[in-house]
Design a protein around this ligand. Structure first.
Ligand code: HEM
Length: 397
């Protein structure tokens, strides 16, 4: 058993916009280390592949985020609040009660049926980008609107409220916002959603996610509204950021981009490798858990009540695959941690995969010469969000 010295968590100044915060890799290189977060909370950082899987799947670690380590010194992080319907902070049966019925809607078969519609939405947005001509901002023309429309359709919410979905998502995933600002947006969105709920009740449909929650579960109204807002927000923020990050990674590595262009039919495997590598390279301190009893992980004893943050840098662990620190789009898919692991593993992973595969394949097939209009290092990145990504990606073709 080792007692590590406590160092402040490195959280700013990425040396490269697609790399980890400066000093992070060095700080974790000798195994588990305790770090101090800006809100004064200490947490162990676990970075080995086996260690991260243990923390995320062992029931002796709770997902309850009350008092978690946070990057900000004021306010509250909405995602960590114990709201009714916030499955991300629940354990055991309470978590399963919410998660199980929704998981049906995210089954591969159901999402495969959505693929033609996703393709249509992608095509429409790339048509519009082409019509407007170069240069274009990939974020506003494709990255943001596509996942936003897809999740709205899956939920069964009218797409004309897209701007409100995006604004609410920004508050939900913002690092520096306030609970009051989030609540103001959420209240506005509740108004829209309540009308939708009434319509679904009247029609008895279970064809979309809100219909399913209204007509085929025992969810209470406050749970249902939080879940709907959470899914809308998660559907926006994550996939859109990752489509941008993947594109930038490929721009930086023309030899790897050539592999996608040569064989776009392998987009499924390629997306897995891009996810493994991109998330791993961004590193930093990721998901938080709290020990409910003493647990040994990677040679240290995490005592009951102590916080743990797992880092996605574990995706670059050599025990996962050879040359794990390199992007290799010819690699067979490996079991990476980009969508988490264990009971809270991403509910929307199959949806995100379908969207990212279609987006990447279509972008580089239709615009084989698409390239950044300015160097990647000069682009603006969203440092103020829990969900990191490029603020704009100017491209020409
Ligand atoms: C590239 C895109 C995405 C990435 C990288 C991603 C990543 C993750 C990760 C790492 C977790 C685990 C959180 C934890 O263990 O505390 C998670 C959970 C979750 N994700 Fe995603 N996600 C993506 C897209 C989506 C989409 C499109 C949706 C919904 C439409 C979604 C809905 C959720 C939900 C509801 C949870 C919580 C599950 C639970 O607590 O049981 N995600 N996601």
């Amino acid at each position: 058993m080792t007692e590590a010295a406590v160092c402040p968590v490195p959280h700013e100044n990425r040396v490269h916009p697609l790399g980890a915060p400066a000093g992070f890799a060095e700080a974790i290189s000798d195994g588990p280390v305790k770090m101090l977060w800006p809100n004064g909370v200490e947490a162990w950082v676990i970075s080995s592949y086996a260690g991260v899987r243990k923390v995320l799947s062992d029931p002796r670690f709770s997902a309850n985020k009350d008092g978690q380590p946070e990057m900000r010194t004021e306010g509250e992080q909405v995602l960590g609040l114990p709201e009714p319907g916030n499955m991300n902070v629940m354990d055991g049966d309470a978590h399963l009660r919410l998660r199980r019925p929704l998981a049906r809607a995210f089954m591969v078969k159901r999402l495969n049926e959505m693929r033609p519609r996703i393709q249509e939405i992608v095509d429409e947005h790339l048509d519009a980008m082409e019509r407007a001509g170069a240069p274009a901002d990939l974020v506003s023309s494709v990255c943001l609107p596509v996942p936003s429309l897809v999740i709205a359709e899956l939920l069964g919410v009218p797409p004309e409220h897209q701007a409100l979905f995006q604004a609410t998502a920004r508050e939900m995933f913002g690092k520096n916002g306030s609970r009051a600002e989030y609540e103001a947006k959420a209240e506005e969105l509740d108004g829209v959603l309540l009308k939708v709920v009434q319509e679904k009740k009247a029609s008895g449909t279970t064809d979309d996610l809100i219909g399913l929650m209204v007509n085929d579960t025992d969810f209470q109204m406050d749970e249902l509204l939080f879940l709907a807002i959470g899914l809308l927000a998660a559907g926006h923020e994550t996939t859109s950021n990752f489509f941008g990050l993947f594109t930038l990674t490929l721009f930086e590595k023309p030899d790897q981009l050539a592999i996608l262009k040569r064989d776009p039919g392998r987009a499924d495997v390629i997306v897995e490798e891009l996810m493994r590598y991109t998330v791993g390279r961004l590193g930093g301190a990721g998901l938080a858990r709290r020990a409910v009893e003493d647990v040994e992980v990677d040679g240290v004893t995490i005592k009951a009540g102590e916080w743990v943050a797992v880092t996605f840098q574990a995706n670059l662990d050599e025990s996962l695959c050879p040359h794990a620190g390199e992007l290799d789009l010819e690699r067979r898919a490996v079991s990476h941690l980009g969508f988490g692991y264990g009971p809270h593993q991403c509910l929307g992973a199959n949806l995100a995969r379908a969207e990212l595969q279609i987006l990447l394949r279509t972008l580089f097939t239709r615009f084989p010469d698409v390239r950044p209009a300015v160097p990647v290092a000069e682009m603006d990145f969203r440092e103020d969000m829990i969900t990191y990504g490029a603020a704009t990606i100017p491209v020409v073709w």
